[in-house]
Each structure stands twice: as C-alpha cells, then as structure tokens.
Design a protein. Structure first.
Length: 426
C-alpha cells in the first residue's frame, strides 16, 4: 500500500506539474502575471516566492493550478471597513498590504480600509483612516508589484490591468490555454520513447513469417517459417502491416502470395478463412510475423510519436462511441487511477511509465474537450472572440465558466462514487 501511495503521488504529481508548467511558461512569456503555481489542493504546507510568483505545495495530491492575474478577483481579500497594516518602501509607496491575523508586519501602519484602486497601472492607491483617526482620510500610493497578504497568510502580488490575462494578445492567450494539454502530449512522447529504450529497442513486425499455425490455411498451402511475402496479387508488400491489410479484408477470397524462400521465389494461392474479431469479420490464414528489434535512436524517438498518436486515436474512437451509449464505467477518476497505479506498481517500472504515458494522453485530450472551465472551453471562447473580433462580456464569460465548473464537479462526484463501488464495494 505504501508503494502504491508513493507511486500514485509521483505519477499524479508529474502529470499535474507538466500540465500546469505549460500554462505557467507561456503565461510568463506573454507578460501575464502568474500569481501562484500550486501543486495539490487544500491548505498549503509549503510556499516559496520568486519573480512575482508564489510557488506552493498543498496538502491534497489531487490536482494543482496556475493562478493567473485577471482570471479571478484579485482584490477579493479587501473589504471596506476592514483593518489592514501597510508596509512602505523607501519611496513611500505601499509594498505590502496585510489582511491576515496570522501575520504580523513589524513597523506596519494600521489602517481602517475605506477605498482602493489596484487596477490602474499608473495610479495605484489605497486609502483609509490611519491609526484609527477618523477625522482624516489618508491616501497611500501603492507600488506596481506590491504584495497582498491574504487571510491565510499567503502573499500574492497585486495584479494591475497591464499584467492581467486579458492584456495579452489573443494568440498569446490561446497558446497559454493550449500549452497545458500540449505538454501532456509531449510528456507521453518522451515516456513512450523511454519505454522503447528500456526494452532494448523497438519491436517491428516484418513481412517474413515467424510462425505458421498448425492445421491453418497457410500450413495447407505449404507456407513455412522464414518465408518472406514480397507481394499479394501482384502488389508489393514490404511490411507486415501491408501484408495484414491485404489479407484481412479478403475473407473467403482467393489471394496469390508471392513468396521468397532462400534464393527461390514462388507463387502460393490461399483463401483466407473468415473469423470474427472485435465484432468485425476479417480474413486470416494462420501466420504470425517475425519480429526484429530496431535499436537506433531514430526508431526509439519515432516510437514515442507513433505510440502517442495511436493512443490519441484510440481515445478519440472511445469518445465517439460514447455518443451511442454513455456509461459512467467509461470514465475514471482519482479512485480508478489509484487502483490502476496499484496494479502497475506491482508489475514494475515499465508498467508504471506506460500507465503514466497513457494517463498523460488522457489528461491532454480531456482538457481539450470544449467544456467551459476546461482548457478546450477556454480555447472555444478564444475562437468565438476571434470570429466576433471582440471578447465576450466578462459577466457572460464568468457565468459560462461557472456552469461548466458546476457540471464538472457533479460529474466528478458521480464518477468517483461509481469508481468506489466498482473497485471497493463489489
């Protein structure tokens, strides 16, 4: 159990970190202020601040987020009439605004808050009664990169309008939204390539027969292990895939195979037997390919790309099939992931890496679905903005996002409960 828990935290943490780092990196490049980069959810257990961003690790290893300026209410901690303490820099501008009872700022100026403007870049200010003296309102100039210490004691940089998400160009915002799923696909490519490396290379099925099954069509036709099928019905075949794609659709139809055996070439006639595989009728003659191992760096890197694309297509087909009959069993949440991690950890490092690669592709595709609150939903709003040549009103966008978020929360609850029943209550 301990091994499973540690593996789960590492796998889930890696997936979240890679995804969120994509958003973080392109937000930074676009001039968007990243106020917080969090791994985990819930109360923070560690925080570190550098270059305007507070990096946190939170107690629940079930997700993470990048808090970008402009995508939430940056001054929600401030309320009129609340007591705050202010720290001034050498220029007399406010460098810290403390709203927390957990943090005490030495030499902080106590102020009863009346009003503020932390949005206008060239004129940031905060005003109130200093030291409880209600006969005079004092206005303080606020530094562009001042810190706002929230009630939980976490210090985040304020977000003037010029560093908010909305201030970036549309292409930059689209890239920032897409970067998370993109990073998941890149991670999958790297992990599948690593799997090929750990397995000593890439296994490739050739057009040479590795085994002829007993009492098969091929056996009766005289085919032998080591024969190379160079053509079918006069069309050249240089790979096993080409051999299979010509035999499988030809159930009950005669085929002429050009076969090279040692230094001789001859033609063999076969009629594939009809078999049902995964609900489809295919032709088979009873041969298995001979495999070779390609250890070249090019083959290993290519395997990363081809396997990732294969998984993407498989998931795409599964999503399409869900429209014909949806079931919660088609989905899986953290509970299902924990169960799969347990199985993979028992099978060794290659199984864990394979699971991580598969989950990374799943996470990338899931986030690209055009559902509000997901990256795909944000991209859809970006596309609508490009067509309209103006963004949606913030109020409308917020309503759409909240509807999407509520839908996801309900779906997550249902999926999690279904997973608990599937894996623990049966």
């Amino acid at each position: 159990m301990i091994t499973t828990i540690i593996t789960f935290i590492i796998v889930f943490g890696l997936l979240v970190f890679v995804h969120e780092f994509g958003h973080y990196y392109f937000a930074k490049r676009s001039g968007i202020l990243v106020r917080e980069f969090a791994i985990g959810m819930g109360p923070k257990i560690f925080s570190y601040r550098k270059n305007g961003t507070t990096y946190t690790i939170r107690i629940l290893p079930l997700g993470g987020y990048v808090s970008m300026a402009g995508l939430e209410e940056d001054t929600e901690e401030l309320q009129k009439g609340m007591p705050v303490s202010l720290i001034l820099d050498v220029d007399g501008s406010v460098s810290k605004i403390n709203t927390s009872q957990k943090v005490t700022l030495e030499a902080g100026i106590p102020v009863e808050l009346l009003d503020w403007d932390l949005s206008t870049p060239d004129d940031l200010w905060i005003e109130g009664y200093e030291n409880g003296e209600e006969d005079q309102v004092k206005r303080f100039k606020v530094a562009h990169d001042a810190l706002l210490i929230g009630k939980d004691g976490l210090a985040l940089q304020i977000a003037p309008a010029d560093v908010r998400f909305q201030a970036a160009s549309l292409p930059a915002r689209m890239m920032t939204n897409f970067a998370g799923p993109m990073n998941n696909f890149i991670l999958a490519i790297i992990l599948f390539a690593l799997i090929a490396l750990l397995q000593g290379g890439v296994k490739q099925a050739t057009n040479t027969i590795g085994q002829v099954q007993e009492n098969s069509i091929a056996k009766k036709a005289g085919l032998k292990t080591g024969d190379t099928i160079t053509a079918i019905n006069g069309e050249k075949t240089s790979t096993w895939q080409e051999v299979a794609t010509k035999i499988q659709p030809a159930a009950s139809k005669e085929l002429k195979l050009t076969v090279r055996r040692a230094d001789q070439t001859k033609t063999v006639s076969v009629t594939p037997k009809t078999k049902t595989v995964n609900g489809q009728k295919v032709g088979q003659i009873g041969i298995i390919a001979k495999e070779k191992i390609d250890r070249s760096p090019l083959a290993i890197v290519t395997y990363g790309f081809t396997q990732t694309w294969f998984v993407i297509k498989q998931i795409g087909n599964a999503l399409v099939s869900m429209f014909h009959g949806f079931s919660l069993n088609d989905l899986g949440g953290p509970v299902a992931m924990f169960s799969l991690t347990s199985q993979a950890s028992e099978s060794g490092i290659v199984s864990v890496i394979t699971l991580t690669a598969l989950l990374s592709v799943n996470l990338g595709i899931l986030n690209l679905l055009p559902i509000p609150a997901l990256d795909g939903g944000k991209l859809l709003l970006n596309i609508i903005e490009a067509i309209r040549r103006k963004p949606l009103a913030p109020e409308k966008e917020m309503i759409i996002t909240m509807i999407g978020f509520a839908f996801l929360m309900i779906l997550m609850f249902l999926v999690t409960w279904n997973d608990i029943q599937r894996y623990f209550l049966r």
